[in-house]
Write a protein that binds this ligand. Structure first.
Ligand SMILES: Cc1cc2nc3c(=O)[nH]c(=O)nc-3n(C[C@H](O)[C@H](O)[C@H](O)COP(=O)(O)O)c2cc1C
Length: 168
């Protein structure tokens, strides 16, 4: 235990322990589709329905989100850790090819949505704030899907899991 100012490795070591939900942020159409796995996604407000997502400034998805003015946040469920790996670049599949697996459709805004995810939020880009490394995106929810019979995929200490204790 230490209460001194953390070094970046210390900070990462502490932040990788708490479990987070896992989403795929997706944007674009056809061959211009782009997406990334992201855990820095949460709800901001219910009225109006808004979500917040942090996307690395180097992500190829960011210019697509900015150009189209919309994106989806797809919270992953049991059986979708391979989707998380794919959209994190761990299977060396890039760009629109990442969408070759899974039932990707469009809902309201035209951004791709993964229909069998746990919860899906189809958003217009309301506002963007910049940090030195990430764009903090605020999305206004225009369409939504949910699968209440599924369990959340979570990520902690480098591993994906589907906690059995989570109520269905
Ligand atoms: C569990 C997990 C959570 C992640 N969370 C984020 C995040 O919140 N924001 C982000 O920009 N990148 C996040 N990443 C990293 C991106 O998924 C990854 O850097 C990116 O997809 C690299 O591939 P690409 O540049 O080919 O898209 C996360 C990766 C993993 C495995």
């Amino acid at each position: 235990m230490s209460d001194t100012l953390p070094t970046p490795p210390d900070f990462r070591a502490a932040m990788r322990l708490p479990a987070t939900s896992v989403t795929v942020i997706a944007a674009g159409q056809g061959d211009a589709r782009c997406g990334l796995t992201a855990s820095a996604v949460c709800s901001l407000s219910d009225a109006p329905p808004m979500i917040l997502a942090c996307v690395n400034l180097n992500s190829p998805a960011l210019p697509v989100i900015r150009a189209t003015g919309c994106f989806s946040a797809n919270f992953l469920t049991d059986g979708q850790s391979h989707v998380a790996e794919r959209f994190a670049g761990r299977t060396r599949v890039y760009g629109a090819e990442r969408f070759d697996e899974g039932d990707w459709r469009v809902l309201t805004t035209g951004a791709p949505v993964l229909t069998d995810a746990l919860s899906v939020f189809d958003c217009t880009l309301e506002r963007e704030h910049d940090s030195p490394t990430h764009a903090i995106l605020i999305g206004r929810v225009q369409g939504m899907l949910r699968n209440e019979t599924r369990r959340s995929l979570v990520y902690s200490a480098g591993s994906f899991a589907y906690p059995a204790a989570l109520a269905l």
